[in-house]
Design a binder for this molecule. Structure first.
Ligand code: SD4
Length: 330
C-alpha cells in the first residue's frame, strides 16, 4: 500500500500518535507551497556534498542531467561512497564500534518534507536506500537496529559482511589500547551529506555514515537525525553536517541553519552562525571538528567548520570544484 494511502487509513494519523514537532518538520501530507517568491535566477541543477567526494558528486550530477529528481540524485550519489570499501567512514568498509560491529546511520529528505532514516543498521551496505524505503513504503520515519535490518531483508536487500580486511586489522590494532578519541579531520569525520537541486528547482538531501569509529555499541550520531545531520525545506534550502554528532544534535544544527536562511541569512552566514552557536556552548573545548554545509533555493552555497580542513565538493554547470571553507579557529 502506498504511504499516503496507508496514512489515510491508519490510526497513526490520529492526534497524538506522532509527535507534533515530527509532524511539523516531516510533513507527509504534501501541503507545502513548492517555490519561494524570493527565488531569482536560481542555479540549477547543482549538487554539493561534504568533503571531497568527487565520484559521488559526479554520479549525482550525471543523474541531474536527466529528468530524474534531486531525490534520485542524492540517493545514487551517496551510494557511490557506501559501496566503496576504501572509504572507511561510510557503508561497506566503515570502521566498527568498539565491539567490532559495523553499524550504519543514514537519512534522506525530499522536496515535500517527506523523510526516512535508519539507525544502528548492520549487515546492509546501502543504508540510504533502506532509509528511502522507510520514507516511501512505511508510515514511519526512523527504523532502528534489528527491525531496520529485518525490514531491509523484506525489501530485498542482501546480507553482507561490512568489515573489510583493512578495517578488521585496524580494529585489532585499536583493541590493544582500546582508547577512544576524536581526531580532528582524520577519516573519523568523513560522513557524506549531500544536497541537490534538480532541473525543476526542487531540493533533496541525503546523509550516510558508519558514525564515529570505535563508538560505544548502540551509539547513534547526528547523521540519521532529521534536523541534526540533515534538513531540507524546499521553500528555503537545505543543510547537512559532518563531525562530532553529539554537538550537532545538541543544537539541531541543520534545522537551525535552514531556519537562519529562512530569516534572510545567506548559506555562508547561516553555517557560520551554526558553528558559533556550538562553540558558545563549548567555551573550554577545542578538541572536536564539525563542518556544516548549506544551499539555498537560489543555488547559493556556503560552508563553515570549527577547525581548518573541512572542504566540500560542488558540481554545477560551471564545472566542479573542491571548496575549502573558513573555520572558527585558524
Ligand atoms: C557521527 N557525524 O556519527 C557523524 C560522524 C562523522 O564521518 O561525521 N563521521 O557523529
Amino acid at each position: 500500500m502506498k504511504r499516503r494511502k496507508f496514512l489515510k487509513n491508519s490510526s497513526l494519523t490520529t492526534a497524538g500518535a506522532l509527535s507534533a514537532p515530527l509532524l511539523a518538520s516531516c510533513n507527509n501530507t504534501k501541503t507545502k507551497k513548492e517555490t519561494s517568491s524570493t527565488v531569482s535566477n536560481p542555479v540549477k541543477p547543482i549538487v554539493i556534498c561534504t568533503w571531497n567526494f568527487k565520484n559521488a558528486t559526479a554520479k549525482a550530477w550525471e543523474v541531474l542531467q536527466t529528468d530524474a529528481s534531486a531525490l534520485d540524485a542524492v540517493e545514487l550519489g551517496v551510494m557511490v561512497e557506501e559501496a566503496d570499501p576504501t572509504n572507511e567512514t561510510v557503508g561497506k568498509g566503515g570502521r566498527p564500534d568498539r565491539d567490532g560491529n559495523v553499524t550504519l546511520d543514514a537519512c534522506i529528505m525530499d522536496k515535500d518534507s517527506n523523510c526516512g532514516a535508519v539507525v544502528y543498521l548492520q549487515n546492509i551496505a546501502h543504508p540510504i536506500s533502506v532509509a528511502r524505503k522507510v520514507m516511501e513504503e512505511t508510515p514511519h520515519i526512523i527504523l532502528a537496529g534489528k527491525g531496520a535490518e529485518q525490514f531491509a531483508y523484506e525489501k530485498g536487500f542482501k546480507k553482507e559482511d561490512l568489515l573489510t580486511e583493512s578495517t578488521r586489522k585496524q580494529y585489532e590494532e585499536w583493541k590493544k589500547n582500546s582508547k577512544y578519541e576524536t581526531i580532528i579531520n582524520i577519516e573519523n569525520h568523513d560522513t557524506i551529506g549531500m544536497l541537490a537541486i534538480d532541473k525543476k528547482g526542487d531540493i533533496a538531501g541525503a546523509c550516510t555514515t558508519s558514525g564515529m569509529a570505535y563508538k560505544v555499541a548502540g551509539r547513534v550520531g547526528d547523521s540519521p537525525i532529521i534536523g541534526a545531520g540533515l534538513f531540507v525545506d524546499n521553500e528555503v534550502g537545505g543543510a547537512t553536517a559532518t563531525g562530532v554528532g553529539e554537538e550537532v544534535i545538541r543544537t539541531v544544527g541543520s534545522f537551525l541553519i535552514v531556519e537562519l536562511m529562512r530569516q534572510g541569512k545567506s548559506p555562508q552566514e547561516a553555517c557560520e552562525e551554526g558553528v558559533k552557536r556550538i562553540m558558545a556552548k563549548n567555551k573550554d573545548r577545542k578538541d572536536f571538528q564539525i563542518g556544516f554545509l548549506a544551499i539555498n533555493k537560489n543555488g547559493e552555497t556556503g560552508g563553515y567548520c570549527v577547525h581548518p580542513g573541512f572542504t566540500y565538493r560542488k558540481y554545477d554547470a560551471s564545472g566542479h570544484d573542491n571548496i575549502q571553507v573558513n573555520s572558527f579557529y585558524s
